[in-house]
Design a protein around this ligand. Structure first.
Ligand code: NSS
Length: 429
């Protein structure tokens, strides 16, 4: 039976153990060879010495960086070893010897992106991927606990949800089709039978802006609820985000530490409610800070970053001017120029991670909204049907998984929140 590096660290000196993994570091001191072994759980020092026998010593010399190896030895304490434990080798086998590994440290980001398939072995990216896994599990547990149904909307679609500018066109047997920007319209269909639904799937955006928080393909967590207003939806979103942050703090402290991410910064975000600020107030806050912005203008990344300086947890910006938002959003009955819409902004400069709203549930008003944005109502016939047959007040939201992960893991660029990022006009492996 093989043990993981983590399990070996839990053994006592003198215990035998078998391990396998990849060579993370290699140091040949002649009479002794030190190998740091990496597996999915961490790292462990292996030592081959004259006591191991000349064959083991020879094999240890051959074990170049990133070779895969199997080894057997006796656990010993050594304060100089990472984690204070090492394995004194009795046997060693190189399974797949690595050629000279192209990543040695200090390479440029451009180069590292070219070898992303190898870079993903780094401890830093491994830690991020492990946190990502925890998030995915936490999303599912949260929604199951709340009685939501998980559904599977399509990726190939016929119409825009979030505006035509970012649509990826696909040649669908000579006719145009698009990659989905959001599952929302399909989730709206499904609430008429299941009432509360959610999904976690890729969304695609042909973003013209190259920023550190935009991908062409990202993972989108979306939910939709019948009988829910904007306030209900905001409470759902803050509960979801607080729950998932708590799960990461409970399960992924080692990873956060490896990423030099201070858990104390995340702790306040495990508590709700999160602050709420109206768009009009946000404009005032920004103007007081000397930002040249007027009511009616959108909040860009820079404006969002300045707003995040006021809060140490995520916070909502609500009631945006209607014309800034998509056709499906319901106007505030008390203030018809504003949408019952909210964004959730993550602190520490990250900005928007969630966009949500109450949906327009009136047939005529929705039709007018579609027309007034220059969209073709024929493309939205089936969507309009939902308002013809038993329409119901409802709300929903979408969360960008990589955006949330960027914030939680303290990443300065979204590319490292997903194993194979699609950005900057490139498709890496
Ligand atoms: O455009 S959104 O703000 N809203 C929607 O798509 C709604 N139809 C969702 C819904 O109500 N069901 O996108 C939602 C989130 C946004 O807050 C970001 O966190 C993320 O999706 N997002 C992105 N992440 C990474 N890269 C790109 N390009 C991107 N665009 C949006």
């Amino acid at each position: 039976m093989y043990k993981t590096t983590r399990e070996v660290r839990g053994l006592s000196p003198g215990d035998p153990a078998r391990v396998r993994g990849w060579v993370y570091r290699h140091r040949d001191l002649g009479k002794r060879v030190f190998i740091v072994l990496r597996d999915s759980e961490g790292i462990l020092q292996l030592v081959a010495s004259e006591d191991s026998g000349s064959e083991v010593l020879e094999e240890a010399r051959r074990a170049s960086i990133e070779s895969s190896i199997e080894a057997e030895g006796i656990v010993a304490r050594d304060p100089r070893a990472p984690g204070g434990v090492e394995l004194r080798l009795k046997s060693l086998r190189v399974v797949g010897r690595a050629e000279d590994f192209p990543i040695k440290g200090g390479e440029s980001i451009d180069y590292l992106l070219d070898v992303r398939h190898l870079w993903l072995r780094s401890r830093r990216l491994t830690a991020v991927m492990r946190i990502r896994d925890t998030l995915f599990n936490a999303y599912r547990d949260f929604f199951r606990g709340r009685g939501f149904w998980e559904v599977s909307p399509p990726m190939l679609t016929q119409a825009a949800v979030e505006g035509g500018a970012t649509l990826f066109k696909v040649d669908f047997f000579g006719k145009p089709a698009y990659l989905t920007q959001s599952a929302q319209l399909y989730l709206e269909v499904l609430i008429f039978s299941l009432e509360r639904v959610w999904t976690l799937a890729p969304s695609f955006r042909a973003e013209r802006s190259r920023t550190r928080r935009h991908l062409y393909e990202y993972w989108h967590l979306e939910a939709e609820e019948a009988w829910a207003g904007m306030e209900d939806e905001m409470r759902l979103v803050e509960d979801l985000v607080a729950y998932t942050v708590k799960r990461v703090l409970d399960e992924r402290l080692e990873e956060l530490e490896l990423l030099k991410r201070d858990p104390e910064r995340l702790e306040p975000s495990t508590k709700t409610p999160y602050p709420r600020v109206r768009y009009s107030e946000a404009i005032e806050l920004l103007r007081r800070k000397g930002v040249d912005i007027r009511y009616g203008e959108d909040l860009g990344a820079d404006e969002e970053r300045i707003l995040t300086e006021y809060y140490e947890t995520p916070f909502f910006v609500t009631h945006f001017p209607l014309e800034l938002k998509s056709f499906y959003m319901k106007p505030d009955p008390g203030n018809p120029g504003e949408a019952l819409a909210f964004d959730l902004l993550a602190p520490e400069g990250v900005g928007e991670i969630v966009g949500g709203s109450q949906r327009e549930d009136d047939y005529e008003r929705l039709l007018n909204a579609i027309r007034s944005r220059g969209l073709d109502p024929r493309d939205y016939e089936w969507y309009l049907d939902l308002r013809r047959y038993g329409s119901v007040p409802h709300s929903g939201f979408g969360l960008g998984v990589e955006r949330q992960l960027m914030w939680i893991a303290g990443l300065d660029h979204i590319r490292d929140a997903i194993p194979f990022p699609r950005f900057r006009d490139r498709i890496y492996p």
